[in-house]
Design a protein around this ligand. Structure first.
Ligand code: SF4
Length: 357
């Protein structure tokens, strides 16, 4: 049985580990990790909740949890990071925090704060600005823009992690958005189900989310080790309030870029009733390049999933095109021939099967 303190979200946030000396009380750092911590944190902040770090094997430098939170020298290696960009998707728009890339959707960044600073984050440029929360005037400017554009049907609230906002500010945003007739869908992108699931044991938060329904939550489990009794209970609490939870994993070299690891993750997500939505190819972001694997590897993994797990457990493997040109789904090619009289498809067992036109 966990102590009351451990189950307290505010305690988890207050006791985030940031320094080598603090991390070392729980995991044994390698000399190169210690060195990297000192230099990396000057550019990209480091923070991890005691809960999330407790999921790591304290002795294994290759542990998938540890690799997501402990910096390594490659993070600042100019040669490795050379082709990465701070903002390859040109998310920064005219209004601070607001990106209007697709006609029917907008992205609202409402804070730079996260419970854990993931080393692979595609918005590293945001959390490297320091910990900021947008004030009411700034939020209002975004909301006024959304109000003025009737084509906007969906609002994605992200960050940083929007569920780290206090309940008052979160309710302000949701209430204002719900007043706008043309906004049909509100999506919240949060990793707290993975990094600090204690947040979802606050009934007031759940009351707010339920009140402004329909609200969808997109979360970010990357490895089965992140699926715990506590995260499962947190998902259960959301589902009971009618809030669906989808997962957007990222394919990360040395963490989950292996067919069995992804298969296990997808199975475990289904088990806790989280729908695997996307498996993203890791973006060409500065400070993240060392986590990128090949598209061939991603396609191999997708091919492996087919036939081993039902369609419900198969995410869309996709990449984001640079310059804000949108997402592209990536699929292994199953159609091996196509002429006027037949198509020929490759079956799960690799046989070529003719299909009439
Ligand atoms: S929680 Fe999400 S936004 Fe925050 S650092 Fe991790 S990936 Fe980035």
């Amino acid at each position: 049985m966990k102590s009351q303190q451990w189950l307290d979200y505010n305690w988890q946030i207050k006791n985030r580990l940031r320094e080598a000396e603090e991390l070392e009380k729980f995991i044994s750092l390698t000399p190169s990790e210690k060195k990297a911590l000192k230099s990396v944190k000057k550019i990209y902040p480091v923070a991890v909740t005691p809960y999330y770090l407790s999921l790591a094997d304290p002795k294994d430098p290759d542990d998938p949890i540890r690799k997501q939170v402990v910096p390594v020298p490659a993070e600042l290696d100019e040669k490795i990071q050379l082709r990465g960009e701070e903002d390859p998707f040109k998310e920064e728009g005219e209004i601070k925090g607001l990106t209007h890339r697709y006609p029917d959707r907008v992205l609202m960044v409402v804070t730079t704060f996260c419970a854990v600073y993931c080393r692979h984050c595609m918005r590293k440029r945001i959390f490297s600005q320091g910990e900021k929360v947008w004030n009411f005037e700034e939020l209002k400017a975004m909301i006024d823009y959304i109000k003025s554009r009737e084509e906007i049907k969906e609002v994605i609230i992200s960050g940083g992690d929007p569920l780290t906002l206090n309940n008052e500010k979160l309710e302000f945003i949701l209430k204002e958005l719900r007043r706008i007739k043309h906004v049909e869908i509100i999506r919240l992108g949060t990793r707290l189900l993975v990094t600090a699931p204690q947040r979802f044991f606050d009934d007031k938060l759940l009351d707010i989310l339920e009140k402004y329904s329909p609200i969808w939550i997109n979360t970010h489990f990357n490895h089965s080790k992140e699926i715990t009794e506590l995260s499962q209970k947190a998902v259960e609490r959301l589902l009971r309030r009618g809030i669906p939870v989808n997962n957007q994993a990222v394919l990360l070299k040395g963490i989950n870029d292996d067919p069995e690891t992804i298969l296990k993750l997808m199975r475990n997500l289904l088990r806790i009733k989280v729908k695997p939505l996307y498996l993203f190819h890791c973006d060409p972001v500065k400070g993240v390049m060392h986590f990128r694997t090949t598209i061939e590897k991603g396609l191999e993994i997708m091919d492996y999933l087919r036939g081993r797990i039902s369609g419900m457990g198969i995410p869309t493997y996709a990449l984001d095109l640079p310059g804000g040109k949108g997402k592209v789904p990536l699929l292994p090619n199953y159609c091996v021939k196509n002429n006027k009289s037949e198509y020929v498809f490759k079956s799960i067992k690799g046989e070529e099967v003719s299909y009439p036109v």
